[in-house]
Design a protein around this ligand. Sequence first.
Ligand code: NAD
Ligand code: DAU
Length: 356
Amino acid sequence: MNNTILVTGGAGFIGSNFVLDWITWETDPVVNLDKLTYAGNLQNLASLKGNPRHTFVRGDIGDSSLIDELLANHKPRAIVNFAAESHVDRSIHGPGEFIQTNMVGTFHLLESTRSYWGSLSENDKKNFRFLHVSTDEVYGSLAPNDPAFKETNTYEPNSPYSASKAASDHLVRAYHHTYGLPVLTTNCSNNYGPYHFPEKLIPLIIHNALADKPLPIYGDGQQIRDWLYVQDHCSAIRRVLQDGKIGETYNIGGWNEKPNLEVVHTLCAMLDDLSPRADGTPYASQITYVTDRPGHDRRYAIDATKINRELGWKPAETFETGIRKTVEWHLTHQDWVRNVTSGDYKKWIETNYAQS
Ligand code: NAD
Ligand code: DAU
């Protein structure tokens, strides 16, 4: 076994931030496997061009022969599985890909991993880790006064996306209990930051505001999400990979519950300050209420006590510092935004907001 780690989905939003941070903070090489769906973008990794510690491979986590070959050639000491279909609205319009990648793909990845792990020496077997990156959405929706999600909460997924992630979490758990595979699972709240695809709330609002387009608020805008700056998620995953207890799950969150409307007003005010509209009117004038998401979860909140107590992790950014960095990043990376919002992106926006 080598020191290499295999990252899947490392050209997406969180995966690419993780790979960039890994190269900065760690010394081990990374093999990055990504299918490059609409959400995967090699431009995110442009700064790693020619870096001998980063190897990119285009491929599917469900392609067993490719995974077997990668594991045999690179002999990684760990796999960090980010690869997934990740957008709730897309899962409502077309759940098939979510079942295929999140459930079937994870199953094939686990099977290849089990076979590779079985071939290792006893010592390497002990040191190997399979870290599965999951979401708080598997726990369902909270009422206003419910305590935040703990690792012991029951799974109550409500969307095809969260159901497919829940199924993958269960498979990972089963591979530990049945076969002894050394797994770790993390369940994180909503991320935001650089390279966030503008189909998700925060980058969509920044993009639409600057493009003088409506800022769509689903329903009454009082749904609550718990926001975490993406690099804090990445540092938490590194902590769990290093010292997490095999077979355990860790909730990751920033203690930043905010109603959507408040997030949108914060973004508008920041843009008013950093890049005012030409006519001097506030960006909030672009806010438009649209048809609600079917089955829309009302509130998510993560209790991140366990990872803090057991692994000493806590986020470095507050919502205020993280959101400022994010807006500034968007303003200085308009070429990135232009590239990802051409072509298929336009079709998606027309489909999703058709009834509004
Ligand atoms: P993303 O959609 O931005 O990126 C997903 C990446 O996976 C893309 O690069 C895509 O090309 C790749 N991919 C998709 N199908 C694949 C396949 N079959 N084989 C190989 N690669 C494939 O997603 P994200 O927001 O970066 O989320 C990454 C992971 O973190 C997901 O597992 C998601 O469920 C989880 N998560 C996301 C958030 C969030 O707020 N975005 C929060 C908690 C957990
Ligand atoms: O909680 C973690 C999850 O967060 C991740 O597992 C998912 O991969 C990630 O996409 C995210 O899911 P959400 O559905 O919470 O994120 P999204 O950005 O799509 O929406 C955030 C909130 O904003 C949600 O309540 C829906 C609302 N919304 C979203 C869009 C795109 C709007 O009001 N208008 C919009 O146009």
